[in-house]
Each structure stands twice: as C-alpha cells, then as structure tokens.
Design a protein around this ligand. Structure first.
Ligand SMILES: [Zn+2]
Length: 269
C-alpha cells in the first residue's frame, strides 16, 4: 500500500511477456510509484527504469532473469529516466528514446544511443514496439505500441486514476489534446500507463480525458469573460473550485497551458 492513487502489487505479469515493477517512489505526483515494464523473456527490454534508486535497479535486474538488451524511456522527467544510466552501466544495454529538451524538471543524464523518431520500431524475436511521438505532457514524450498485444505504453501521456500536469512551455495543451486524439485513432486493446494499473477501455478513457480538458477550457473562457483583467493566478480559484487549494500551484501551470491554447486558437473572449 503506497497510500497514493490505486493500490498496485509491487510486481505483476500484466500480459504474457509483459511484466510490471513499481518503483518505490510513491507520492502525490507519482501515485503508487513509477511503473517499470519488462518486455520479453529471452532478451529483455526495460521501459522507464524510473528514478535513480539502486534498490529498484537491482530489483529490475533480478526480476529480468535474462539479459537486458534495450532500455527505453517515454520521456525525461525525473521520475521516469534517471534510472537509465545506472541500469545501462550494469547491463551494457542499448538506450533508446528522445533526448531531454531544455528547461526545468528534465533529466540531462539521459543520453540515448539510438534517438527515436515517430514511427521507429524496436523489433526483437519476441515482440515489436513502435514509437509514437505524443508531445503535450512533455515535448519529447513517446508512447510505445506493442504490436502483438495491441497494448499502448503511455508513460505520463495517460495515467490511471488522475489527470497529468501540463506545464508550459515544454508542456503544451493543444499538442496534448492532438496527441490524445492520435492515440485514440490507434484503436488499441488496452493502455499500460506510467503510473497506476492497466486501462482496459482506451477509447472511453481517452474520450473522458479530452472531454475533461475541454470542459476545463470552457471554465477558463467563462472565468475570463466574467472577470476581465485577472492574472492567471487570480483566475485559478474561479476555474479550479474542485481542486484542493494546496494544489493551486500546479493548477496555475495547467491554467497557463489552457491560456496558451486559447491564444493560439484565437478563442480569447
Ligand atoms: Zn512526466
């Protein structure tokens, strides 16, 4: 029991050849902890080794039970990729992903040996993963589609049990919603998020998120109209009545992301 978000076992086989380890970093922002996925049985790919926690890295190696050949990251926030360097040092595995952009909350130790672009594949004897570039939560965010299982690893693009922070300028609300629509069009059977449990009905989950974001945008527009001249910070209590005031700092970041989208689309009242 982490006390944060959905209760997850520390280790589980979520589908044949897909195992999930939860990193011991539970918090308000990471839920039960960051999910690390182990793909394959003869040769292993590790997706999102999480923060640089030696006991978690040792646990990944022990659970793998076979050579770790590849390490992938969905993005370079501090709860997803800093473990890559530790794991790569111990396994000599190839590192794949997109390098960290400039800005805060980025892991600059992440250095992919193979820089992925949208559509690139990692094809092994046991599985094929396709990289889907999904900017929005982070500009370098990749989801990965497991071909045989029609399973989409969603990192922080879509998480189980809560909404994700869109923190400008690297976070971008318009791109986020566009990327969600793109994921919906992939027609996957399930989502394997970076935090929380498997999401069994992707279309329904994605529709809910898009709807939720657009409803929030409508609230922003209404608040701007009713209270002309207020700053983003001053607008927060008018838009996030349902949010604990302790989280207003994060709410303000998301509100800024909405304001950027509103400007970009010429919707300002
Ligand atoms: Zn993130």
């Amino acid at each position: 029991m982490s006390g944060f978000g959905p209760d997850l076992p520390a280790f589980a086989e979520v589908m044949p050849g897909v195992r999930r380890l939860v990193a011991p970093n539970p918090s308000m922002m990471t839920g039960p902890g960051t999910n690390t996925y182990l793909l394959g049985e003869q040769e292993i790919a590790v997706l999102d080794p999480g923060p640089a926690l030696p006991e978690h890295i040792d646990n990944i190696i022990a659970r793998a039970g076979a050579p770790i050949r590849w390490i992938l990251a969905t993005h370079t926030h501090p709860d997803h990729s800093p473990g890559v360097r530790l794991l790569a040092k111990q396994t000599a595995a190839e590192v794949l992903g997109m390098p960290a952009p400039d800005g805060r909350h980025q892991d600059r130790t992440f250095r992919p040996g193979r820089v992925l672009a949208d559509g690139d594949e990692l094809r092994t004897d046991e599985f094929c993963l396709q990289a889907i570039h999904t900017p929005g939560h982070a500009s370098n965010h990749l989801c990965y589609r497991h071909e045989a299982h029609e399973l989409l690893f969603t990192g922080d693009h879509i998480i189980d049990g809560s909404t994700v922070v869109i923190d400008p300028p690297d976070g971008n609300m318009k791109q986020y919603i566009d990327s969600l629509r793109r994921c919906r069009a992939l027609a996957c059977a399930a989502l394997a998020p970076g935090h929380g449990d498997i999401v069994p009905d992707p279309a329904r989950a994605i529709d809910w998120i898009i709807d939720h974001r657009l409803q929030r945008e409508a609230k922003v527009l209404a608040a701007m109209q009713a209270n002309p001249g207020l700053s983003a910070r001053e607008l927060v209590p008018h838009v996030y009545q349902d949010v604990d005031p302790e989280l207003y700092g994060w709410a303000e970041r998301s509100l800024l992301a909405h304001l950027e989208k509103i400007e970009e689309e010429g919707l300002r009242p």
